[in-house]
Design a protein around this ligand. Structure first.
Ligand code: FMN
Length: 192
């Protein structure tokens, strides 16, 4: 089972506990209270000029099953087997313009909103697995998303399960050691 990050420096547990597992509990649904809190967390992200260029397409098992199925249908093949168990499937929708001009930080701000959603999910015992593996053209067409908006990524949300609930190739990924570049490798120039 994928566990917390093996950090070199102690950080907030909300950050070191966050992880992107493949194994979701197929029998545990996410409450509406938790879903509203995840959206509230995203809502209060910082954004350039407070433009808030993010929206979400939200499919929740038991409450918006049809949307969840449609989100699942536009995920790329490699993401379809394991997300079948995830009770919540979300598409992120970014608006890359503001007042007819390009918003150069739109994707940055969309990522921030989703990062906040992810931290709140961790605080509530949920896990979030983000995905770029989305058929973007199909996703935009499926939900009628048009310029200046476009689908950017997908999020699977739910409760983590042991790796037995997923095919062997995905289970191996959940069992693999978690790695990162070193802090030094992150610094272009300067000192800490
Ligand atoms: C923007 C983004 C796109 C990602 N796309 C995929 C994806 O399509 N499929 C997948 O299995 N994991 C995807 N991931 C998960 C990453 O592989 C994962 O975050 C990384 O391996 C680090 O693992 P951790 O999140 O557990 O620390 C994505 C993560 C992010 C942030």
């Amino acid at each position: 089972m994928k566990g917390p990050a093996p950090v070199e420096v102690e950080i907030s547990k909300l950050l070191s506990d966050r992880r992107s597992p493949y194994a979701f509990d197929p029998e545990r649904d996410v409450s509406e209270t938790d879903m509203r809190a995840l959206m509230e967390a995203a809502r209060w992200a910082a954004s350039a000029s407070n433009i808030q260029p993010w929206r979400y397409i939200v499919g929740v098992r038991g409450r918006s099953d049809e949307v969840r199925e449609r989100v699942h249908s536009v995920l790329l093949g490699g993401n379809q087997p394991w997300t079948a168990n995830a009770p919540v499937l979300i598409l992120t929708v970014v608006n890359t313009e503001n007042d007819g001009k390009p918003n150069v930080s739109a994707e940055h701000d969309m990522g921030l909103a989703s990062a906040q959603l992810t931290v709140e999910a961790t605080a509530r015992g949920l896990v979030v697995h983000q995905m770029a593996g989305v058929d973007l053209a199909a996703a935009n067409a499926e939900f009628g998303i048009a310029k200046p908006e476009r689908v950017l990524t997908a999020l699977a949300v739910g409760y983590q399960a042991s790796a037995e609930v997923i095919p062997e190739n995905y289970a191996r990924r959940d069992e693999a050691p978690r790695t990162r570049k070193s802090i030094d490798d992150m610094i272009v120039v300067g000192s800490l």
